[in-house]
Design a binder for this molecule. Structure first.
Ligand SMILES: Cc1cc2nc3c(=O)[nH]c(=O)nc-3n(C[C@H](O)[C@H](O)[C@H](O)COP(=O)(O)OP(=O)(O)OC[C@H]3O[C@@H](n4cnc5c(N)ncnc54)[C@H](O)[C@@H]3O)c2cc1C
Length: 378
């Protein structure tokens, strides 16, 4: 694929940043489970946190193809780097539903400060069933009062605003689910300790509590009781972003395994001289290339303003499954070294496992794909 001048320029800036500032701290990033504020600040300074935000709102107006290319490169090194690139995509997500007050209050936090618009959807009772929300929002005069607990919520210390799903009742007494945009530091919002988890080191994932959290009436995203439309409307892009992260992990793990196998001897030969391992490398490389190509195709469709239908779910399912398999194989190729944290390979596998679960598990993606196939065959 031929890159545009802009894409080459952004990749060059990102590569220089990685080489000079990220690579020297990779071990720390892989082992110290704290959000790297320094990285957020530098990514904002370099302009990456405004990459795909529209120019009229202070963004650089780049497209999905450019975003995915950069995320694939970033995730070959570090997961948070990929998340920060996606921050600018939060601006487009916000603009897809926001009213004037929401844009004025929250957009600058994304575009100027590089703070995420986080998703607070999952609850202790479950994440796959987005309708099984227990959190409530009740209208009291000119304010909504939100009460509930959200769990498994990421990048809490780096978020400027939360999209929060809650059960609501409209003026006619109809029940539904609405989504609210809430200041991350609003009174009534508090945070539990971060989880000790497998993968996504430094993502500050944990509970977010809403206790009598009062927000202005204009905090509703879109229409009352139509919250699921808000969350579903930007899922296509979000799933491609997950796919791009997955390709990045797979390619990062591939390089690490290649470096090891091409310098390690066994039985008087290089590991890369064994045909069994040659076939592993051929499979790993081909699988990542196919996923990369499919993502680029879907991104160009979105950039052309066309819908990608079930493509987003197919990409999420296939890219994340591929990444988990490739990263696991890469670890096996490196023998015992592959299992040492210090070696810097196992974290790709851990991160890939997180992708399988986040933003709709593989089973949920298969449900969506099957439903779409069935509809196509009516
Ligand atoms: C590191 C990390 C970060 C996260 N960050 C966020 C975040 O920022 N914001 C947020 O809102 N959430 C976040 N999540 C939560 C994530 O979205 C949920 O974990 C995910 O949606 C699955 O929900 P669950 O864990 O409750 O599993 P469940 O919903 O309990 O599912 C358990 C199993 O049952 C399967 N299953 C469930 N329903 C069906 C069905 N209908 N058909 C077939 N199989 C089914 C699932 O596929 C899964 O294998 C994060 C999770 C992790 C691990």
């Amino acid at each position: 694929m031929e890159l545009t001048e802009n894409q080459e320029m952004y990749l060059k800036i990102l590569d220089e940043f990685i080489e000079q500032e990220v690579e020297p701290r990779l071990k720390e990033l892989d082992t110290v489970d704290e959000y790297p504020f320094w990285m957020q600040q530098r990514m904002a300074e370099l302009g990456f946190t405004r990459l795909v935000a529209p120019e009229e709102y202070g963004g650089l107006g780049e497209n999905m193809t450019t975003l995915l290319l950069l995320i694939m490169r970033a995730c070959q090194y570090n997961n948070t780097l990929g998340s920060l690139l996606n921050c600018s995509n939060n601006a487009n997500k916000l603009l897809s539903f926001a009213n004037e007050q929401q844009i004025e209050t929250f957009l600058p936090r994304i575009v100027e400060e590089g703070k995420f618009m986080g998703m607070a959807y999952t609850e202790p009772s479950g994440g796959s069933d987005s309708r099984a929300v227990q959190t409530t929002a009740v209208l009291d005069g000119d304010e909504w009062v939100i009460n509930g607990t959200k769990s498994f919520i990421s990048y809490r210390s780096a978020v400027g605003s939360w999209q929060v799903s809650a059960k609501t009742v409209d003026e006619e007494g109809n029940e539904g689910i609405s989504v609210f945009l809430v200041d991350a530091q609003a009174p009534g919002v508090s945070y539990g300790a971060h989880y000790d988890k497998f993968g996504w080191c430094g993502s500050d994932t944990g509970d977010v509590y809403f206790k009598d959290c009062r927000v202005p009436k204009w905090s509703v995203c879109g229409e009352i009781n139509k919250g699921l439309h808000v969350s579903l409307s930007t899922l296509d892009g979000a799933r491609l972003v997950i796919g791009a992260r997955a390709v990045g992990y797979a390619e990062g793990a591939f390089e690490k395994a290649w470096e090891y196998a091409s310098t390690r001897e066994a039985f008087g030969r290089m590991l890369t001289d064994f045909q069994a391992l040659q076939h592993y490398f051929a499979d790993m490389y081909s699988d990542a290339q196919v996923c990369r190509g499919y993502l680029m195709h879907l991104a160009s469709e979105l950039d052309a303003g066309r819908s990608i239908g079930k493509g987003g779910s197919i990409a999420k399912l296939k890219c994340t499954t591929m990444a988990q398999q490739v990263c696991q194989r890469a670890m096996e190729i490196c023998g015992g070294m592959g299992l040492l944290k210090d070696f810097g390979l196992s974290r790709y596998y851990e991160d890939a496992c997180v992708l399988i679960t986040g933003e709709g598990t593989s089973e949920i993606q298969k449900n969506i794909i099957f439903k779409a196939i069935k509809k196509d065959h009516r």
